[in-house]
Design a protein around this ligand. Sequence first.
Ligand code: ZN
Length: 222
Amino acid sequence: MNDNVCEQNLRQSICEIGHRLWLKEYVVANDGNISIRLPNDCILCTPTMVSKGFMKPDDLPVVDMDGNQLSGALPRTSEVRAHIEVMKHRPDVQAIVHAHPPHATAFCIARQSLPRNILPEIELFLPDIPMIPYATPGTQAFADGIIDCKTKANVYLLANHGALALGETVEACYYRMEMLNQYCKILILARQMAGEWSRLEPSAVKELAELRNRLTKTAPSE
Ligand SMILES: [Zn+2]
C-alpha cells in the first residue's frame, strides 16, 4: 500500500472513530481530539472547533513533529503538541484519542482512582489506569503528566478533565476508551446498588495475572 492510500485510510479511520465517540456521547460540541503518526514522521490530527462526529477526511490537518501545520484548510487542535510530546517518549504509541466519557470523567472529578481486581476483562486488558494530576489541556505540563507517569499505561484518567487512550491504531484507542468508560459506569451502578464493590479472590487474581502474561507474550509487538 503506498503512502497516499495509507494516509487516506487513516483519514477515514479518524472520521469513523470521531463519529463513534460522538454517538456514544464521549464527546459533545467540539470536545476531544484524535491524532495518529503518518509513515513520513508527520502527524495527522483533528481540527480545532469542529464536532468530532461529523468530520470529513479532507478536514484533517497534517503537522510536523514540532506541531507546525503542514497542510489542511482547518486549523489543527492546539492539543496536538501534547500528543506529539507523548509520542516522542512512547515509540510504541501510534495513535492517541482524547475524550470526555461521562462515567470515566465522573471519577476524574471525584478524583477517585479506579479499584483493581473487580472485573476480569479490566485485569486482562487495562491493568493500569493512572490518574494524572490536572494541567491545562494542550500544555507541556499536560504532556509531562503522562510522560512522568511511573508506568507505561495505555489509558489515563485526567483529573478534572477526561480520559486519554493510547495505542497502535485509532481503533485500538477507541476500544480502550469504551472499556474504560464501561468499567466506570458499572462501578458507579454497583456502588449505588450495594454501597461497595466485591473483589475477586486472590486465587482468581493470580490466575488472571498468569493469563495476562501469556497474552502479552503472544500479542504482536506494538
Ligand atoms: Zn479535553
